[in-house]
Design a protein around this ligand. Sequence first.
Ligand code: FUC
Length: 781
Amino acid sequence: MRLTRRTTLALAAGAATGGFTSGQAATPASPLRLWYRQPANEWVEALAIGSGRMGAMVFGGVAAERLQLNEDTLWAGGPYNPANPEALRALPEIRALIDAGDYAKATEIADARFMATPKRQMSYQTIGDLKLTFPGLDGPPTDYVRDLDLDGAIATTRFAVGGTAYARQVIGSYPDRVIAVRLTADKSKAISVDLSFASPLKSKPVSGIEGRDTLVLAGANESQQGIPAQLKFECRVQVLNKGGTLSAKDGVLSVSGADEVLLLIAAATSYRRFDDVGGDPVAINKAVLAKARTKGWRALLAKHQTDYRALFRRVSVDFGTTTASLRPTDERIKVSQTTDDPALAALYYQYGRYLLIACSRPGGQAANLQGVWNDKTFPPWGGKYTININTEMNYWPAEPTGLAECVKPLIEMVRDLSVTGAHMAKVMYNARGWVTHHNTDLWRASGPIDGAKFGVWPTGGAWLCKHLWDHYDYNRDRAYLADVYPLMRGSALFFLDALVVDPKSGKLVTNPSISPENNHGHGSSLVAGPTMDQAIIRDLFTACIKSAAILGTDADFAAQLTAAREKLAPYKIGKDGQLQEWQEDWDADANDLQHRHVSHLYGVFPSDQIAIDTTPKLADAAKVSLNTRGDISTGWAIAWRLNLWSRLGDGDRAHKILSLLLGPERTYPNMFDAHPPFQIDGNFGGTSGMTEMVLQSRNDQIYLLPALPSAWPTGHLTGLRARGAVGVDVIWTRGKLETAVFTATADGRHHVKYGASSIDLDMKKGQRVRLTARDGVLRRA
Ligand code: FUC
């Protein structure tokens, strides 16, 4: 049943509160709410809170609550130099073997002599848990509900025991740098809680109590792969109670009989930069808490929500609403593939934006494989930055969905990599510029790791540079471009030195490399000039050439890049009509025809080198490749397919793929993406893919409703951003564009397309233009 917004809200309010009888105000129903009728048993049922630097997973237990905590610079190891000088001696041998077609032998030599030392990088680590146990709350609760309000960025648990109603609220404040927990009840003196830490870190951090009201966990990170632990960390909890008494025993801080309790949690490490671990976490935490403790809950909450909403509320989404939306979130996910629940897609959309705001803010670290949320000391794939797709996917929704500020930590990571990667380029390739392979970590390690078939891929840094250019292209800030131009230039310079001439074609190619992480069926994955590399380098050179022109600088270098770009190997269509993944027509020989990576389709998305209207033959070939790969894959790989089918203009296919992503095999009850295991890229790729259904900004055009699925006949997506520094609101009814509103944040000309109709808008900064599309023809309203 389709619902109007008003009936939905009324029904949801009843469903959400379950007839709460204890005097607590009903939680207002909202389409922007994840909610549950029971506490989390598993970590992937707990609700994610983040301050940009810190993360907390809130389980919502009644007699015992668990807050699993993270701080984004708590990683294993310390500053290290993984460059392997032997690699340079092995390089000509590996190249010659690849040219001679002996890929297996090339791999053997690369594994023995070309890899970084150590061969693995450092992992992201959890702090551990803050445990809250509530004496006297053992009785069965009534009226239990827990939720995560995406509009308020607050997690709340409510229930009643023995006639008293309790509420527990948790926020992660970026401006105040704390996780704040507020415990309240509808009766006085009802709050008693025992607080303690538990940490799985092998370094055995020590917990203790300072003064009467502060619980502290302090220690070090772990050593890994022979790299010694060099970080100190501290997590400090300030207890502020109204009424009641405080006492301490055996590392447990107890509050008893309070009217209300506020916990302020701060965490920090000694990390300052990839080469500097001289920070003082104790001093940082003390300063943070001294400021925050004077404010009180209301002021902290207000400041947090003002900060958060300034970003979150830029975008509003509606894909339609049905009665399915009245169920708790876990139940909706369970039945999502057999139920019409467009509001679940909208919730997933905004959850992706929520997560990015919660884990990637200026001054903090970039979103890793799990954003900032991780309960392990050695999480899957180290919880690192896998930059052969995953880290980039994390940032796909950032610019188009109005979260440009969240890209800052990624830009800073690239700045660091341009330093460590310059050393790597010199030592491994005797090349100028900088290089990063398929992974990096907090220490900005940039060498090939994990085995040649994964790690020998020199294009990771170059792909990250696309985000530097995109940040300019969406925002058009010349001073910013001047700041990051040297980083892009350094990456391009590496390829001027490291590209080699392919003896068969005479074209410039990478060698050695791989098409991530696909075995081409000729003895290995190693190869020269995989399609993806050529495409990434083409984009990088183009971004540098455009930047040099905009900045009026570096004309000679730009000319070198223009000449080299001409010599890059072009796209090829193979015997089955597919877009070739490699220079040779090997797609049908690959070991895994349904491989999760669709690297050769980079040109379709995130790039725009291939598109249905500009290069239709290549786009058809991309469809052939994509059909062979199939729709079902890991979480992020499904999300990539979603973006690709949107770019290929097939909204219904994209929607079908989206339903795979939203189903219970790829979405956990807390809405975290399941690779499986949890990996956050699928969340971000999902938000990006839905955006691409409604708005595409590519090939110097803005496309309205390029892949609208028939399942979403009426809706809106407002507050989006397009290249050229323009905001776009898209409103549609009965499958057709009703209105599009453009708001320019810089002067510029925009070519707007809707189906066969197009219009050019010359806009001045600050100007707003409204378009309608009666009979499919775009007109100014
Ligand atoms: C790449 C992918 C895997 C996983 C890992 C973190 O290696 O191929 O599927 O996502 O990154």
